[in-house]
Design a protein around this ligand. Structure first.
Ligand code: AHR
Length: 651
């Protein structure tokens, strides 16, 4: 008998569900406390990882204007990047990057081709990674808008045709014939692709003699913002941004906004506006050329399309302090002169069409002013060398545009003497400005610091401009796994609870092209055709879709759980993150919440799980419902999960 009892006991233990101790959460919707920010969750867009060129920008051709040059180590062959010459190996020609009498002074290089034996082929391979995945992705039956600038130097005779081709130059579309004249001229055509392929764009020179080629462009007809002067954006990526429901858009960097090493690399917003062939390309801090097809006009248009506050970042008279700096900061006098560029930017965005810069915006297609309430001066800067320049520049802005909130940088780290010094300076000198904190820390740090902002004085407001939970590197990248996303979610409960102080927050970086990235982890991955959403993306999306207007007092008892409760007039949002290894029964006591059902959205899975292009739906949010009766709801939280309940409130 005793043996049977022991056996039964062992069996019952083995069969018991894997559950943590039960947890309880209580919140009284009537006990609303801090008012929440209505700009809490937004986006930080930087052209890193080919986020713009080769990414969001709809241009399918790489190095379309032959400007490609490494600023620090220029070599003539770099002008050929992205192109293949003489693909059929039948012709003979000299293709020489040339600068005499260019299309525009800001677009100084073009390709001069002298054909001796035809046919000579010139093919743009698009944004192909090393294994040629992607190239110029085309779909059977789809249309592609092509344009190119050409000039016959005087002695070219014979035909010129352009077509979408495969990588052996076999046509995949109709051919378009061009007859260039003696001056620069733009030629345009819309191709229809006959095949779905990783293709090329091939220009076939069937004659002999010399001609000049510049600004070859191919964009899918179906794109977002095709009417913008830059040409538009990749629709699927815009849709993933829209689905995040962002309340602001920070751009264009990051380090890109500052420039690295030398002043020629600094981001000058004036280089990025006007007709696209007149924008001055620049080498990117991250190792590739920026075409500026997405320039400041397009950033403002994108923010408007997203319903987001535009939040431009300009440099502060310093090159990126985190990198080896080869040239001195601007002197204080030069900083004051540079301040006029910032005022011009504000005029470009908000001035009426009779002002010099407002008229350029109007010419570009937006006669109405853009919204502009925020401006960041500096990215990751510190020490008095920065704060003295920030003082000059922010003063110039405030004098002319007092309605704009200036954003001051607190440096690139979360803890220690550097941010302490920054905060001291800021509280003493710029207490009314918004303070931009950046930190990339390991996942454990985020859990340990959920209460970081509980302790901040409420005198100066915070913008968490860059953050992400970093997991150990695996296979050459830090993974966007569920655990990192849940640690961020746990941290975000602390952000929401302190949203009277933390007015804005955005994950970084936003986008990465598979096979062509410089930084991991990233919120959204993509390749030439597909978009891959990470668990971190879903966390951002779930939180941004359920922002209350007030924090609600609440208490939770349970192991490994993090939470926040907020409300609007008609809904109570309960967010619970579980880092417990087993499921947790949870009783929610919510006095005054009417009987009925709450909808919930939940993300869960195995701790180290990631999504992949081959398995994009391993971790995706699922919807459910949870009954509530007499102000009490019972549920079970899965291990490693985040659940957001929406309880309807009586009005
Ligand atoms: O988000 C990537 C980089 O991280 C940003 O450019 C920079 O601000 C930070 O160091």
């Amino acid at each position: 008998m005793r043996k049977v009892c022991i056996l039964l006991l062992i069996l019952s233990l083995l069969c018991a569900p894997c559950a943590s101790l039960a947890a309880t959460l209580t919140a009284d919707p009537a006990a609303a406390t801090a008012e929440m920010s209505d700009t809490l969750y937004g986006l930080f867009f930087e052209d890193i990882n080919h986020a713009a060129d080769g990414g969001l920008y709809a241009e399918l051709l790489q190095n379309r204007s032959f400007e490609n040059q490494d600023l620090l180590d220029p070599k003539p062959h770099q002008h050929y990047n992205g192109w293949q010459f003489n693909l059929k190996n039948k012709g003979k020609a000299a293709a020489v990057p040339t600068g005499d009498d260019p299309l525009h002074a800001n677009n100084p290089t073009y390709m001069r081709i002298t054909v001796e034996a035809a046919p000579y082929l010139l093919s743009n391979m698009g944004y192909a990674s090393t294994a040629f995945s992607g190239g110029v992705p085309v779909d059977a039956g789809a249309q592609y808008d092509f344009s190119v600038w050409m000039r016959n130097t005087g002695d070219y005779t014979g035909g010129i045709t352009v077509a979408i081709t495969d990588r052996s130059a076999n046509p995949l579309s109709e051919a378009f014939a061009i007859t260039p004249t003696g001056s620069w001229q733009k030629f345009e055509h819309t191709f229809t692709s006959q095949a779905t392929a990783d293709a090329c764009l091939t220009i076939t020179l069937e004659g002999t003699g010399t001609l000049d080629i510049d600004m070859a462009s191919l964009m899918p007809r179906e794109r977002f913002g095709a009417e913008w002067p830059g040409g538009g954006l990749r629709t699927d990526l815009v849709e993933t941004l829209m689905a995040l429901n962002p309340s602001f858009l920070r751009f264009p960097g990051g380090c890109v906004a500052e420039g690295s090493y030398v002043w020629a690399n600094a981001y000058n917003w004036k280089d990025t506006v006007g007709p696209v062939e007149q924008r001055r390309e620049n080498f990117n801090t991250w190792g590739y050329m920026q075409s500026y097809g997405i320039g400041f006009f397009e950033y403002f248009c994108l923010a408007e399309a997203l319903g987001a506050e535009p939040l431009p970042v300009v440099h502060s008279g310093l090159l990126c302090q985190a990198r080896e700096v080869r040239e001195a900061p601007l002197t204080m006098e030069a900083t004051r002169a540079y301040g006029q560029d910032i005022l011009d930017l504000i005029e470009f965005a908000t001035g009426d069409a009779s002002t010099p810069w407002g008229s350029l915006r109007a010419e570009m297609g937006h006669p109405e002013p853009f919204r502009l309430n925020y401006l960041a001066i500096g990215n990751e800067n510190w020490d008095n060398i920065y704060f003295d320049r920030y003082a000059v520049l922010s003063q110039m802005v405030k004098e002319k545009y007092p309605e704009i909130t200036c954003i001051v940088a607190a440096g690139p780290v979360a803890e220690g003497a550097l941010p302490q010094h920054s905060w001291h300076q800021i509280r003493t000198r710029f207490a009314e400005d918004l303070v931009d904190e950046h930190y990339y820390m390991d996942s454990a740090w985020f859990l340990k610091n959920v209460g970081r902002y509980d302790r901040y004085p409420r005198t100066t407001m915070v913008f968490l401009g860059e953050y992400a939970a970093h997991e150990p590197v695996q296979g050459g990248r830090r993974p966007n796994n569920l655990y990192s996303a849940l640690c961020e979610a746990a941290y975000m409960t602390g952000i929401e609870r302190n949203s009277d102080l933390v007015r804005m927050a955005c994950y970084a970086p936003l986008l990465a092209r598979d096979g062509m990235f410089q930084w991991t982890p990233d919120l959204i991955w993509f390749n030439a055709r597909d978009v891959l959403l990470t668990p971190n993306y879903y966390v951002q999306q779930m939180f941004a879709a359920t922002v209350g207007d007030h924090v609600v007092e609440s208490a939770l008892e349970g192991e490994g759980l993090y939470h926040v409760v907020t409300r609007t007039e008609d809904a109570l949002y309960v967010k619970v993150v579980s880092l417990a290894e087993t499921e947790t029964p949870l009783t929610l006591t919510l006095p005054g919440v009417p009987d009925g059902t709450a909808g919930f959205v939940q993300l869960c899975g195995e701790r180290r799980m990631t999504n992949a292009f081959t398995a994009p739906d391993r971790i995706v949010p699922a919807d459910g419902v949870c009954p509530i009766l007499g102000g009490v709801a019972e549920t079970v939280l899965p291990a490693y999960s985040v659940t957001i309940f929406t309880f309807p409130l009586a009005q």
